[in-house]
Write a protein that binds this ligand. Structure first.
Ligand code: ZN
Length: 313
């Protein structure tokens, strides 16, 4: 059956490592998808902009532009709504990557632009575990930690589109670890993101005079815990305190009905991380449902498509 005109969305998820593009229908079905490494060679952020345009052209060749309702862009933050650009992200070497204007010019379609965690929240709301709920938080635990919050049906954006940067909530003052965001200390991301778990593990073992027989990449620590290694299990308790405080802050701030966790760490080891986190969530809080995303790595991509179909962040 031929698809009627204007009922598809072009979705893009721009990350520090990968750039994914997809054609998505109104039901959230991915019809075509490409993935490429985000290019970080070249003088300016326009390098990335040009790559985005090329990737879209490749993806939709043979489709005809009239089939598409718009382009939804999910990007690693921080973003700047007013400038329509990705700005000062620690994940890509360029300070300024223009998005909205150049894409409008290249394709003549409406451009919807949000950060990847907010996109993740929309993806869950329309196509995932959040369908039945008006209050949900999407948390990504990957190389960093981020969040997107939908409260009373509204996606919280803030002045530039970076609300719910929950990875930079303070969860510890004992170790006081410096955070990837710059000068912050004790932030959730500094302990529990895929990039920072190894550092936290090393500092924790040293402080407690513990010896380990396994390498300290995040994956190795979780693997050792699954094999009941004593030190690894003890560390799970310590990491559980950090994650429990992080999730408690989220519950206290947004009162969600459901929290959905995505990102590589959650997808690969979320069951283990959640088990220990749950013990440490403040007991006075009303606990929401806690789930690992069923959308895999596609939550932000699907959220970008949802923003086109529903004309929102
Ligand atoms: Zn931080």
């Amino acid at each position: 059956m031929a698809k009627k005109a204007n009922n598809l969305a072009i979705a893009i998820d721009i990350g520090g490592t990968n750039m994914r593009t997809a054609i998505v229908d109104e039901k959230g079905k991915i019809i075509a998808k490409n993935s490429a490494k985000t290019i970080q060679k070249g003088e300016s952020g326009n390098t990335v902009t040009i790559q985005v345009i090329d990737e879209i052209k490749k993806l939709i060749s043979g489709y005809g532009i009239k089939k598409f309702k718009g382009i939804g862009v999910s990007a690693v933050g921080p973003i700047d709504f007013k400038k329509g650009a990705i700005v000062n992200t620690p994940n890509i070497k360029y300070k300024f990557i223009p998005i909205i204007e150049p894409l409008k010019k290249a394709f003549g379609l409406p451009i919807l632009f949000i950060n990847d965690c907010n996109a993740g929240a929309l993806g869950e709301k329309y196509f995932g575990a959040g369908k039945k709920f008006s209050n949900l938080v999407y948390i990504t635990i990957s190389s960093g930690i981020g969040g997107g919050a939908i409260v009373n049906g509204n996606l919280l954006l803030g002045k530039n589109g970076n609300a719910a940067e929950i990875g930079h909530m303070t969860v510890d003052t004992e170790y006081n670890l410096p955070c990837t965001c710059g000068k912050g200390r004790g932030h959730w991301e500094a302990y529990a993101s895929g990039n920072n778990i190894p550092k936290f593990f090393r500092i924790w073992t040293k402080k407690n005079h513990l010896e380990t027989k396994f390498p300290s990449a995040a994956k190795d620590i979780f693997d050792a815990a699954r094999k009941k290694d004593k030190v690894a299990l003890q560390f799970m308790e310590e990491l559980g305190k950090i994650n429990g405080r992080g999730i408690s802050n989220v519950v206290a701030a947004y009162d969600p009905e459901i929290i959905v966790l995505g990102g590589a760490v959650a997808l690969n080891n979320g069951d283990l991380a959640l088990k220990y986190a749950k013990k440490n969530i403040d007991k006075f809080l009303r606990l929401p449902k806690l789930e690992i995303t069923a959308l895999g790595e596609n939550a932000p991509l699907l959220g970008a498509a949802a923003s086109v179909f529903h004309n929102r962040p």
